[in-house]
Design a protein around this ligand. Structure first.
Ligand code: UTP
Length: 283
């Protein structure tokens, strides 16, 4: 059983300055809900109940969000607004939240390594909250990945096809097709030049990792951009054993970029309007 989900949330979010000067990127809302809450809900749906969050300076709002707010709750208790906090209260009751800080932003690999003390020696999920994922047709992306993990018992990365001219924004994988939606990874390159990319299969912000990844990250030298890249550690893991890439069902919005954020807002707004209309008709 995978019980723990790690949320690297220490990055500066420079693409959203000045909004992220004093506010964590992960707290940006789509409709009235912050990105990180969508992430925690996805992890809970996948059966996880320990949320391990990697924070940094200026990220305290995340901890406050997953805590009670006595004054506010007292104020709205018994009023028609009380229901607005039900969802988050329910989430807080279901989960345990643990935190540690990444002191220097040395990259995603380093942020994940900082989580070692919170995770211990067990397989775990990693969720980047600025990649907002949804699947209208069925279960969420992490829940789908847990099923794949239960079958193959190895690290799994979620991938999606992206236009070739965008591969240089992602870690890109290639390998042997095992099934229509599954690839056994033999190549993994961080932000390749489109001319040299091994495919257009881009890794998005969902991983399931086996705990041997920690020692591999420890041995990983800074790579692209001088950062410790999780893709380099995963490549080492693929060489030693097995790493799978999973083409998930559903949609993903890159909410770390303005375009993706606006797209997600429009999508969730339309979706909620459709649901409201459906409910009205049923009444
Ligand atoms: P990004 O590169 O998208 O995030 O990292 P960023 O650096 O915050 O954003 P920009 O590019 O400056 O706008 C992907 C994820 O990894 C985390 C980020 O918080 C984000 O969730 N991360 C990245 C860390 O926690 N630590 C790091 O050193 C780097």
């Amino acid at each position: 059983m995978i019980k723990k989900c790690l949320f690297p949330a220490a990055g500066y979010g420079t693409r959203f300055l000045p909004a992220t000067k004093a506010m964590p990127k992960e707290m940006l809302p789509i409709m009235a809900k912050p990105l990180i809450q969508y992430g925690v809900e996805e992890a809970v749906e996948a059966g996880m109940d320990i949320m391990a969050i990697i924070t940094g300076r200026g990220k305290r709002a995340i901890e406050d969000h997953f805590d009670v707010s006595f004054e506010l709750e007292h104020q709205i208790y018994g009023t028609p607004k009380e229901y607005l906090l039900h969802e988050i209260r329910d989430l807080i009751n279901k989960c345990t939240f643990t935190y540690t800080r990444q002191i220097e932003m040395k990259g995603l690999g380093d942020a994940i390594y900082k989580g070692r003390v919170l995770i211990g020696d067990e397989p775990f999920a990693v969720l980047l909250a600025d990649d907002l994922c949804t699947n209208e047709e069925g279960e969420g992306i992490l829940a789908q990945m847990v099923k794949v993990y239960n079958k193959y018992r190895c690290s799994i990365v979620a991938v999606q096809e992206v236009p070739m001219d965008q591969v240089d924004k992602y870690g890109v994988v290639a390998g042997k097709s095992i099934d229509t939606d599954l690839i056994m990874v033999d190549t993994m390159v961080e932000k390749p030049d489109p001319k040299e990319a091994p495919s257009n299969l881009a890794i998005i912000g969902r991983y399931i990792l086996t705990p041997d990844i920690f020692d591999l990250i420890k041995e990983t030298k800074p790579g692209k951009g001088g950062e410790i890249q999780i893709t380099d550690a995963l490549m080492a893991q693929a060489k030693k054993g097995m790493v799978m890439a999973y083409k998930f069902k559903g949609r993903r919005f890159d909410c770390g970029s303005i375009d993706g954020f606006v797209e997600a807002t429009n999508y969730f707004y339309e979706h909620s309007k459709r649901n409201d209309e459906k409910e009205k008709k049923q009444k």
